[in-house]
Ligand binder design. Structure first.
Ligand code: AMP
Length: 625
């Protein structure tokens, strides 16, 4: 059966299907539609979002209902407002030739009275989120006692979101003899229990393997120190100039913070989490849908049901607490036949979770390296070159050309090209030229975990300077406060002060040798709370001896050193000392090209090995800021 006609759908539906441009039924449609049309049966369908499952239950439901009756005959429960609206919309499109069809969406965050009014007009089909549906039932604003078809869409997500009780309650108001169709991406125990307790001999269909994430998604992980997580995120974004992604964080707080930092650093980002008002969430989602936001930073709960088809990357900034949730995350990309990448930024302590996820999704992860600064420069440069190459000339530019030509009268084409691209290239080059390697090898961890400072060139070695400072814990400092204080007064970057050891009345710290003059000069007559702060070069090297271990042997301190060790030879201080926030390199004031033109996709997919070519696709649609 290769056509919708073969499946036995009526003419009104076939007409609408033609209008929608669907030519061939998808796998889940081919499997589910004949079963649901031919028999009055319960059904369990294991299918991911993006497989066409809305039509798989929507077509049969529309085919079977009596549109001349005003009685509510079909109820579709979905986990989120977004999905609820999307299903309602699709159902209306599928049923566009059904005269008198009324599909009503019932969801939280919008006027319950308005929704009740719509229902009262006679809704043959109600699409609802569980919370609002229960509310409507309790207030007797809806009658579902005569429904014939109940759909539990994304059942696993509804249960993950804690709707089990609501679903159970809602189903108790429906007739026994109805048919229940359950759609779920995965089949965890709770979903199997619903099927067992609320369904009668359901037929089962599976699209792809049980619990397997979609094939269009490739899974990658990047091993970094957890303190480098944010920098790693930025590099992944910079290495993928046309990224359109959901970045998952574990908590609302982290979600907000990461989004704020990204925005501050010049990225096109937005936050989506439960502490935002419905209005704020709608604004963010609308911007995301319109591709005005490239990086949507979200919690799992808030992101459920996001139905945006062209998400290129899912970035797991942190892994979810429940690893099963990973499937929902990665299912946000690779939809509607497109390919997608699900990236995970992990620290060593989490890396074992990757193995567990591999078992759940039945697919292997690829370990990739966070691209280094020069790779990113190349990607960005080629992206710009491709964008310029594909840019249509704006005729309005003609009137300015004579003065521009005059200015470049003596500049050759070669020179002009070099200058033109240098504007953008220099910005990234300056930012990234001394960037450190963010990748962590197993050896790095062995050193750290083995509490072995020696053997490698840690900061605190020959090209750093160790100082004595006459303030200590008696003055209210611990190592972190002292580090922050030094960074602030000296206007240094985040990693410029290291190996801080705080004692009672004095302390030690290190900087790179090149900062020595600056540090000593600053503290010649500096007063802190009325007292002269004295800083001298110390003989104590720190970092290897017993005393050093005692004071800086805490996990955090050693980690910091470990991280520094990774940067040896290629990092040093950030050239831009305006802030220590690792801000994205700012564009020059008078030339603000959008760097979102894409280098070729294959190159992007290559992760750590970007080799853009001329055959790039340009997507001139998003603005970076
Ligand atoms: P869903 O899995 O229901 O969220 O569907 C994902 C997307 O695929 C939606 O935009 C549908 O409109 C679209 N779609 C569903 N069935 C087909 C089909 N047979 N051919 C082409 N597109 C489809």
């Amino acid at each position: 059966m290769n056509t919708f006609q073969d499946l036995g759908l009526n003419d009104d539906l076939l007409h609408a299907i033609t209008d929608l441009g669907f030519t061939t039924p998808s796998e889940v449609q081919t499997k589910a539609i004949p079963i649901l049309l031919e028999s009055d049966t319960d059904l369990v369908a294991l299918a991911q979002t993006g497989t066409g499952k809305t039509a798989a239950f929507g077509f049969p439901m529309l085919h079977k209902i009596n549109v001349d009756s005003r009685t509510t005959q079909g109820l579709i429960l979905s986990p989120t407002r977004e999905l609820c609206l999307q299903i309602t919309n699709e159902m209306k499109l599928y049923g566009k030739y059904y005269k008198g069809l009324n599909v009503v969406a019932v969801y939280g965050g919008s006027s319950i009275t308005d929704q009740a009014r719509e229902v009262k007009k006679g809704a043959q089909i109600i699409v609802a989120t569980p919370g609002r549906m229960k509310d409507m039932i309790n207030r007797k604003l809806v009658d579902i006692s005569k429904i014939e078809y109940a759909v539990l869409d994304e059942a696993d997500e509804m249960l993950n979101m804690g709707f089990k009780e609501d679903i159970t309650d809602i189903l108790s108001f429906t007739p026994q003899e109805k048919n229940t169709w359950l759609f779920s991406a995965t089949m965890p125990r709770e979903v199997a229990a619903i099927a067992k307790n609320f369904m009668r001999k359901p037929q089962e269909i599976t699209v792809g393997n049980k619990n397997e994430s979609t094939n269009q998604v490739s899974h990658e992980y990047y091993l970094v120190n957890s303190r480098d997580r944010y920098d790693a995120l930025k590099r992944l974004a910079d290495a993928n100039p046309d990224i359109f992604s959901v970045v998952f964080c574990r908590t609302k707080n982290d979600t907000q913070k990461v989004a704020e930092r990204l925005i501050e650093d010049g990225y096109s980002a937005g936050a989506l989490h439960g502490d935002l008002s419905q209005n704020q969430r709608d604004l963010v989602m609308n911007s995301f849908r319109k591709n005005q936001i490239q990086m949507l930073v979200a919690t799992d709960v808030a992101a459920r049901g996001i139905d945006v088809d062209d998400i290129t990357h899912v970035i797991n900034y942190q892994l979810p607490d429940e690893i099963e949730t990973y499937t929902h995350r990665s299912g946000r990309t690779g939809r509607a036949g497109k390919t997608g990448v699900s990236m995970v930024i992990v620290s060593k302590s989490e890396v074992r979770k990757i193995k567990s996820i591999e078992r759940i999704i039945n697919k292997a992860f690829q370990k990739k390296d966070i691209p280094d600064g020069m790779e990113i420069c190349e990607v960005q440069l080629m992206s710009l070159a491709n964008k310029i190459h594909n840019t249509a000339i704006n005729p309005e530019i003609e009137k300015y050309l004579s003065s521009i030509n005059e200015l470049f009268e003596d500049t050759s084409k070669e020179e002009l090209i070099k200058k033109f691209f240098s504007v953008e290239f220099t910005r990234f080059f300056n930012y990234y030229q001394k960037s450190k390697n963010l990748n962590v090898s197993d050896a790095d961890f062995r050193d750290r975990d083995g509490a072995r400072d020696g053997g490698r060139e840690f900061k605190g070695g020959s090209d750093s300077t160790r100082y004595f400072i006459n303030v200590g814990s008696k003055d209210g400092f611990d190592w972190m406060k002292l580090k922050d204080f030094l960074k602030e007064v000296l206007e240094l970057g985040r990693d410029d002060v290291f190996k801080v050891e705080v004692k009672d009345s004095f302390s030690f710290f290190n900087t790179e040798n090149e900062l020595k003059d600056k540090v000593l000069a600053f503290f010649t007559d500096y007063k802190h709370e009325g007292r002269f702060v004295n800083v001298e070069v110390s003989e104590n090297r720190g970092g290897g001896g017993k005393r050093s271990d005692r004071f800086s042997g805490g996990k955090r301190e050693r980690r910091s050193d470990d991280r520094r060790s990774g940067s040896r030879g290629d990092s040093g201080n950030r050239p831009d000392r305006r802030s220590s926030s690792d801000a994205k390199p700012r564009r020059s004031g008078d030339f603000k090209p959008n760097t979102n033109g894409a280098p070729n996709r294959a190159a992007r997919r290559a992760g750590g090995n970007f080799k853009p070519t001329d055959s790039a696709i340009s997507k001139p649609r998003r603005s970076r800021r």
